[in-house]
Design a protein around this ligand. Sequence first.
Ligand code: GLU
Length: 473
Amino acid sequence: MGEVKEEYSLFKDVSKVVDLAAVYLDIHPGLLSQIKECNSIYKFHFPLRNDDGTYEVLKGYRVQHSHHKLPVKGGIRYSSFVDEEEVKGLAALMTYKCALVNIPYGGAKGGVSIDPNKYNATQLERITRRYTSELIKKNFIGPAIDVPAPDYGTGAREMSWIVDTYEAFNPNAINAKGCVTGKPLSQHGIDGRTEATGMGVYIGIREAVSVKEDMDVLGLTTGLGGKKVIVQGLGNVGYYAAKYLQEAGATIIGVAEYNGGIFDEGGIDIEALKSFQVKNKGFKGYPKGNFVEESAEMLTYPCDILVPAALENVITEKNASQIQAKIIGEAANGPVTQEAAQILIEKNVLVIPDMYLNAGGVTVSYFEWLKNLSRVSFGKLEKRYDMKKYEALLESIENATGDTFTDEQKDLIVRGASERDLVNSGLEETMVTAYHHMNSVRKSKGIKTLRIAAFTVALERIAVSYLDLGIFP
Ligand code: GLU
């Protein structure tokens, strides 16, 4: 009998890397099994009534992977690929992601198995509100329990419907706004959340290319200047990642979308391409560069950095050997399968792992949640006080030296921090610290890949947390 090929499962893929990481740690096997399993899985069906009187029965999920820290946290995805294995895998990734960047949450993920492009806003609102009330019924949402956020196919609008529904059922809950993050600013969101994941991707890649020793191994110079980048997916994550990489001096030579890509060796103007995409629902007819019908092929085009920023399972054992990029920045969750990762090691490709690289979103979600619980925006209390203090300081320096500062110098020093300044500062600190910690663990333990190093760091933190709970010996 021929060998039966196991069907791809993101959850199993994640579990495999956890096992590879566990080799570098001394973890009780029972504890390891506990960490790997999903604590709670909620799968449900609910009806959607269409305007013409017909009904559809939709499938919804919320998986809480780890309760070692509460609340659990993770996005809600609307996509026709959503199934139990995917949601379990994505929830598990959230656990390790939060542990790696030291954000005090367990991991979760939710989803509805629909193609959101096939529904209008009214239908999506009905779906979202109904999905939320299903979560409320089973206590699968709440600021202290489980806090969803945007993911593939959802955004600030859906988060607004979620918080509104939650508040309607919990009118007296003073922390209700913290039941979901990624809300619009007017609905107690935080300045900078929309850009956060893409900005985190940029910061992570910037840190990776700043390490001379690592770039020497790849035959690359340090810094982003002149690096050729191909991005897959120009949604929220891919767009901001491409935009910040471009602003930092990288050349975006290719952008691939599910319905076609654009390739231009001379560099693509990301702002222009995005506006074209919004108007035309794709890149077909974009006046510059070449339109690539089979956009998946662009993953194997020559470039320095490849940034898959759409869905999981796009670099597999089928195309990994053809990859020509020196660095892959996993902006999406799970774009490189475990089998592909093995092939890429042989090819000396540096893979910056998803659980690190796209952690900017949950990091800023954490700041939003803190803001909601404290009910005050960041910087509100100290901004003016700081400004006055620095003004006085500059004045006394001027008096003592007889010199005067220019207006620009004064503006730079005196300007108090806004909410966005603080959010970006917290995001940068989180991403920079986590990268160098993960990379130093890779080197000190002689681990082959950043991905396994990332899991090692995360696993150790989760294990310590369980041990301190006194559940395991
Ligand atoms: N969906 C995002 C992720 O996969 C954000 C999750 C969150 O902010 O909770 O990391």
